[in-house]
Design a protein around this ligand. Structure first.
Ligand code: ZN
Length: 674
């Protein structure tokens, strides 16, 4: 019945671990097996040759991404993914469900499937059990996965049960859609962290003619202990005559534990993801190649490893490549990490065949949990403040309109979350500050227009200003223009490094300026009339030494994430620094707390334009603004709302200061005007 003809070579006597094998349309696979993730029909930075040399046997490809690009027609033209990417080994495709549920903000769920919008071209798609199988058939994978509804592993019982029932109905439809295709198909056990649901799901799927069964919905929010517990629980309810696949898990220690629980197949992006951060798995624990301690090291990454990186290069060289952000560093570390994973799987299999896994498990468990044993960080608390790039805390996300933005992982905050970054930069900062008109009003002294760009981020605002300037040069000629000096303040350049690497997704960065800014800290327009400089570090410490601005584009993370930048004291300091000339501040926030802080700092505050779904933003003036702005100054209506507001006082204001604070707001000259 099974298309894979799975058989168990050896079952451990003192563990649920087992060594097995199955046959695919592209050859035999021995288990336990680790499958590198080749999201876009490529394991990032690797050739087919380097993958084979590392020991890769089965690759995983992502249906969701391949459906959107290059699309099924390309796979049909090539007769499948194997010829397309020149890989003659087995390929497993996921169903695309995980990406829809985790990546796509713009989707609608129903019984039929999930409607979603392409991040590539904005077109609408339906991912249903049938369309997922149709795409996987076009890709021509050896093993297909059913479409399942992915929910957080911490979901409550009712939600988890509904998702599980839907997944079961979709499982039947997927089998029907597979028809007589020779491709194998796996069902997916769901049920979040509810033992009873997991048992029911495993037992139900076992009754259907799947070629293997997967454990889904783990590594999405639960603790390590729960992950191990539920893996172990599910395998108790899975048949022994079909392969078991734990999806998206995990670290070497996760894999060791899951093999112990009887799992045969694994995939995870960790080997390449950690390579990107400069981390190597070694027989002495994890090695963080960015650390300065490796700057002069002539040793290989791991003396016990025979991979190309360890054979031919030193730690010092890899350290240098990673620091210089060279792709070869990422390539070599990925080779090494994949080699580490595959070697570990081979050792595991050998130990099971000797019926010695228990000893291997006991010996390896503490070793795999170690970190950088060769050069342990002795006093982590005394380590220098982190000035290392932390690209790890930022990721690229796709917004509702299909545009890309940068998200800070720790806070969840998205830069320019509501609209295309360059659109928001134009509307809110460049146009609202009437930059193109200001470029034509040169002063007698010829002093430059100074723009503070607070919170460089992915340079959307600075590049919008530069683009406005370039347009003015074309339209009016250099002689007509006032010089411009843009000063960007930023403590963390990771978002810009990240975005410039993916400039296909950030068209405003397809320009020499951001690269020069990152490399040299400054850039000048060919006319010599515009300079852009980077003031790196804490804005609060840096702005005092910067020339006073005419315009301030105030775009740091929100008060929730970066409360220190939104206080009345800070705004008062900025206003005092601007004192020699009038200045205008533009910010995306329309929060009462922000406006109140600006008012008490002495600014005049007006309604700014809305962008996207944001109805309003804020403009603030160090001196009473000219007549053009007066109609938009906050007036009695706002004051009335403020008096009734539950959050009318700054959070750091002592109760005894409230009366004085109220008087300060009520007596502000902008309200006195009536
Ligand atoms: Zn190596």
């Amino acid at each position: 019945m099974s298309r894979l003809r799975f058989s168990v070579d050896r079952q451990s006597t003192r563990s649920k671990a087992r060594a097995g094998r199955f046959t695919t349309l592209h050859g035999e696979v021995q288990t336990p097996v680790f499958m590198p993730v080749g999201t876009q029909a490529t394991v990032k930075g690797q050739t087919v040759e380097s993958l084979k040399a590392a020991g890769s046997r089965v690759l995983l490809a992502n249906t969701y991404h391949l459906l959107l690009r290059p699309g099924p027609e390309v796979f049909r033209k090539f007769g499948g993914i194997h010829r397309f990417m020149n890989w003659d080994g087995p390929v497993l495709t996921d169903s695309g469900g995980f990406q829809i549920f985790s990546l796509s903000a713009d989707r609608a769920m129903e019984e039929a499937g999930a409607h979603f919008r392409s991040y590539v071209d904005g077109t609408l798609h339906l991912l249903s059990p049938e369309s997922s199988i149709a795409m996987q058939r076009a890709i021509g994978s050896d093993i297909m996965m059913v479409l399942d509804q992915c929910i957080p592993s911490t979901a409550p019982l009712a939600q988890a049960e509904a998702a599980m029932e839907l997944t079961h109905r979709w499982a039947r439809r997927s089998l029907d859609a597979r028809g007589d295709s020779p491709q194998a198909l796996f069902g997916i056990v769901q049920g979040a962290c509810h033992p009873e649901l997991r048992r029911r799901s495993a037992e139900f799927l076992t009754t259907l003619p799947f070629d293997g069964l997967a454990i889904g919905g783990l590594a999405v929010g639960e603790t390590h202990a729960q992950r191990y517990e539920f893996t172990d629980l599910v395998t108790n309810h899975l048949p022994s005559d079909r392969p078991r696949y734990l999806m998206g898990v995990g670290t070497p220690i996760d894999i060791l534990e899951a093999v112990h629980s009887g799992v045969d197949m694994f995939d995870c992006i960790i080997p390449s993801q950690l390579a990107q951060r400069g981390t190597a798995f070694t027989s002495h624990g994890k090695l963080h190649c960015r650390r300065a301690v490796y700057k002069f090291s002539e040793q290989p990454l791991d003396a016990a490893c025979r991979c190309q990186a360890c054979r031919d290069y030193s730690r010092a060289y890899v350290h240098h490549l990673i620091k210089a952000d060279e792709t070869l560093g990422f390539h070599l570390l990925t080779i090494h990490n994949l080699t580490f994973y595959h070697r570990m799987m081979a050792e595991i299999r050998a130990s099971i065949l000797r019926d010695d896994f228990e000893a291997y498990y006991t010996q390896q468990r503490p070793l795999l949990a170690r970190t950088d044993d060769d050069n342990p960080s002795v006093h982590p608390a005394k380590a220098k403040p982190v000035t290392l790039p932390r690209r790890g805390d930022y990721e690229i996300v796709t917004g509702p309109g299909g545009h890309s933005s940068i998200r800070q992982i720790s806070s969840g905050e998205v830069m320019h979350s509501v609209s295309r970054p360059s659109d928001e930069a134009n509307a809110l900062y460049v146009e609202q500050s009437r930059l193109s008109a200001r470029l034509l009003t040169a002063t007698a002294a010829g002093d430059p227009l100074v723009i503070w760009d607070v919170g460089l981020g992915a340079a959307s605002n600075a590049m919008a200003a530069i683009s406005c300037f370039a347009q003015a040069v074309k339209t009016h000629g250099e002689a007509a223009l006032r010089p411009v000096r843009i000063i960007s303040f930023e403590c963390d350049l990771d978002p810009l490094f990240l975005a410039t690497k993916k400039s296909a997704r950030f068209p405003h960065l397809q320009h020499a300026a951001p690269h020069a800014l990152l490399g040299e800290g400054h850039w000048s327009h060919g006319s010599g009339l515009l300079s852009w400089e980077l003031h790196q570090g804490d804005f609060l410490k840096r702005f005092g030494s910067a020339p006073p601005p005419d315009l301030i584009y105030y775009d740091p993370f929100s008060a929730k994430t970066d409360s220190g930048l939104w206080t009345s004291t800070v705004f008062a300091g900025i206003r005092a620094h601007c004192a020699p000339k009038p200045a205008e501040l533009f910010t995306y926030s329309a929060a009462t707390a922000v406006r109140v802080a600006l008012l008490t700092a002495g600014f005049h505050v007006a309604e700014g334009v809305g962008t996207g779904p944001k109805a309003s933003t804020t403009v603030a003036f160090t001196r009473a603004p000219d007549a053009a702005w007066v109609p938009r100054l906050l007036g009695d209506a706002w004051l009335g709302r403020w008096r009734r507001s539950h959050s009318k006082y700054p959070s750091d204001l002592p109760e005894t200061g409230r009366a004085a604070f109220e008087r300060l707001i009520e007596a502000h000259p902008q309200f006195a005007k009536g």
